[in-house]
Every structure is written in structure tokens, then in C-alpha cells.
Design a protein around this ligand. Structure first.
Ligand SMILES: [Zn+2]
Length: 344
């Protein structure tokens, strides 16, 4: 998902980006639409090919250029100035583009077009001895480290749950690491739970919105103090417009939470947005909450957000027909939006 902040509002889109991970500049900087238009297969070591190592880590994509050039460098001269852009990364895959070398040139092996002069070091690149460990499937025992019961999660889920201990674990590097969990208050026995990241950041100097928290008699919201203010971000994939709307509504509502001890985790939507991506959304929320603060919007690009605490909150939604609603957040989600969001 991509969010571009402009003076006229926030533009959302879904994109599939590729970038050159090899470090060799003779290769294209992007594969364009090819990964979507051609069928990709699982890479296997076959002893025939040399594989260049990936030198650029997946969490360091090159910066995206502004959507349109700025006139004379002065933001105010454009009719709808661009301030900054945030890309939330869902899944990163390493794709090998087949190339071959002939003479002094290197060629794309699919369309057989010359890519450019073969760089020094390309012919010397060979398969490292441990290359077999890059391939195939790697299995992690799905057993709770606390009690030995099976942990459960859907295939795209970043966090799996132990129904016995009622705790969540993130899976990384073949290890399960416990993730702090809480449940939003007020759900019925038949509620479905949608996961949100609740993020507390260093708020010094940040313009926090007025009127956040519980709705008081008379319709106004109470004012949450800075130390107890949290940003709320959906932890599941859904179309970007709805993603931002849910984040905005939940941040304005500041829902109350309770421990997970009495709650079954069986009806939770899979957690597919990592905490690091949720933290990136904080800047977008700040832009959404202070749309007229041009000085803030200009400075957000380079501003760092210091995270003080984050946890997963399973927010109860009541299902009626095809709609899931939460009155505290004042938000509704169509079940098909969740279904199609998984494939974004
Ligand atoms: Zn357990």
C-alpha cells in the first residue's frame, strides 16, 4: 500500500514494486509489470546457473520519486503540492531475473535484449557453498514454547496463537517470540475480532488532535492526555482507503482494552501487517489529523517517530449480515473487503 500526502489530501494506492537487489547497475532498476504478467516458479538449485547474491536488503527499498516534478523547487507554486509518501510493505520476495553474458555485454535471457556492458565482478560471482540453504521450504515447529500445545495461524499470518495460553507469537528466524496482546472492551460472546496495532510514540512537539477518546453525554469526546494517547493501525490487509479510515476512526476513539485471559482467539482475522509498517502509518495519521498544518506536513518526511510501546489489540466487531461493526470506533467493515484485502 502506498499513501502520498498532498495539500489537497492523501492519495492511496496499491502497488507491486521491484528493485535491483544485486548492486550491479547494468541490470534494470525495476522489473516493471513482469512479475505480474509472467508466471513465477520456486527457485531450485540446479547446479547449472550462477546466482548473484542479493546485496540490498528487502526492508531498504530505494526512495520513490515524487509523483510530479516540483516547479522551481517551491512547493507552494504547484496547485496541489506533494509533501511525502509512505509505502507499507506487505511481503518481500527475492526474484531472479535470468540473464546471460555474450562477449562484453550482458543480455536479458527472456527477451534477449542487451542490458549493457558486463560489469567487473559479474563473471566472478558464483554460487556460494551454502546456497542450498536459500532454497526450498523451511519448517518451524508449530508448538507453543510455554505449554507445548499446537499454535495456530493462517498461512499469511505474521503472528500465530496458542489457544491454551491465549498468547500470540511472531515467527522469525525459525523462532517463536511472544507478542503482547490485549482485547478491546465491549465485545459480545459472538463477536469477531479484528487485530489492530496500538502504538505509543514520543509525542513531544507533535500536534495531537483535540477531542479523542470516549464519547461523552452530549456527543463530544473526552480529551486524552499526551501520555495516554495511542495511534491505532489495522494489523490486517484491506484496501488502502478503508485501512486509513479505520486507523483514523480508531485513533480518534482511543478504545479501551483489557487483558486477553478470558477470550478465545479462534475468530481473529490473520495479522498481516508488521509492527514496523504500522509505525510508518503514524506519519500518515498525523497528516490526516492536521491537514491544514503546512509546516508540519513539510517536515514530516524527515521527522523520525520514536516508538515507546506497541501491542496487538484484538478489537471486537459484531457481525450483522455481511457487515462487521464496532460502535466505539464507529466503523463498519464489509466481510468481502476483508476477503479481497487478503489478496492485495
Ligand atoms: Zn501455550
Amino acid at each position: 500500500m502506498e499513501f502520498a500526502v498532498r495539500a489537497g489530501g492523501i492519495e492511496e494506492s496499491v502497488l507491486d514494486r521491484t528493485w535491483n537487489a544485486s548492486g550491479f547497475t547494468c541490470f534494470p532498476s525495476s522489473l516493471g509489470a513482469r512479475p505480474q504478467t509472467r508466471r513465477l516458479g520456486l527457485a531450485e538449485p540446479d547446479g547449472e546457473h550462477r546466482l548473484l547474491p542479493a546485496l540490498v536488503p528487502p526492508d531498504e527499498p530505494p526512495p520513490v520519486q515524487p509523483l510530479r516534478p516540483l516547479i522551481g523547487g517551491d512547493l507552494l507554486e504547484t496547485e496541489n503540492p506533494f509533501f511525502f509518501r509512505t509505502v507499507l510493505q506487505d511481503t518481500a520476495s527475492l526474484i531472479y531475473l535470468p540473464v546471460f553474458q555474450r562477449g562484453t555485454l550482458v543480455y536479458d535471457a527472456i527477451d534477449r535484449k542487451a542490458l549493457g556492458p558486463s560489469p567487473n565482478g559479474l563473471s566472478a560471482a558464483d554460487r556460494p557453498d551454502n546456497v542450498a540453504s536459500w532454497f526450498g521450504y523451511h519448517f518451524t515447529p508449530a508448538l507453543c514454547p510455554n505449554c507445548g500445545h499446537d499454535v495456530a495461524g493462517e498461512k499469511e499470518s505474521l503472528i500465530v496463537f496458542c489457544q491454551n495460553c491465549v498468547v500470540g507469537f511472531s515467527v522469525s528466524g525459525g523462532k517463536l517470540t511472544e507478542v503482547p496482546l490485549a482485547v478491546g472492551k465491549g465485545g459480545s460472546r459472538t463477536a469477531s475480532f479484528l487485530p489492530f496495532w496500538r502504538v505509543r510514540v514520543e509525542t513531544e512537539g507533535l500536534p495531537l488532535p483535540r477531542g479523542t477518546g470516549k464519547i461523552l453525554p452530549g456527543g463530544r469526546r473526552e480529551q486524552m492526555d499526551r501520555d495516554h494517547f495511542h495511534f491505532w493501525v489495522p494489523a490486517f490487509r484491506i484496501n488502502p482507503r478503508l485501512f486509513l479510515r479505520l486507523a483514523h476512526r480508531a485513533t480518534m476513539a482511543q478504545p479501551a482494552i483489557e487483558p486477553t485471559s478470558l477470550t478465545s482467539l479462534s475468530s481473529v482475522a490473520p495479522i498481516t501487517i508488521a509492527s514496523v509498517e504500522a509505525v510508518k502509518t503514524v506519519k500518515i495519521l498525523l497528516a490526516l489529523l492536521s491537514p491544514k498544518d503546512t509546516e508540519l506536513l513539510r517536515g514530516l518526511q524527515d521527522r523520525s517517530v520514536k516508538v515507546r510501546e506497541h501491542l496487538v489489540v484484538l478489537v471486537p466487531f459484531e457481525q450483522s449480515g455481511y457487515e462487521l461493526t464496532n460502535r466505539q470506533i464507529q466503523a463498519a467493515v464489509h466481510v468481502n473487503a476483508l476477503k479481497y484485502g487478503r489478496n492485495l
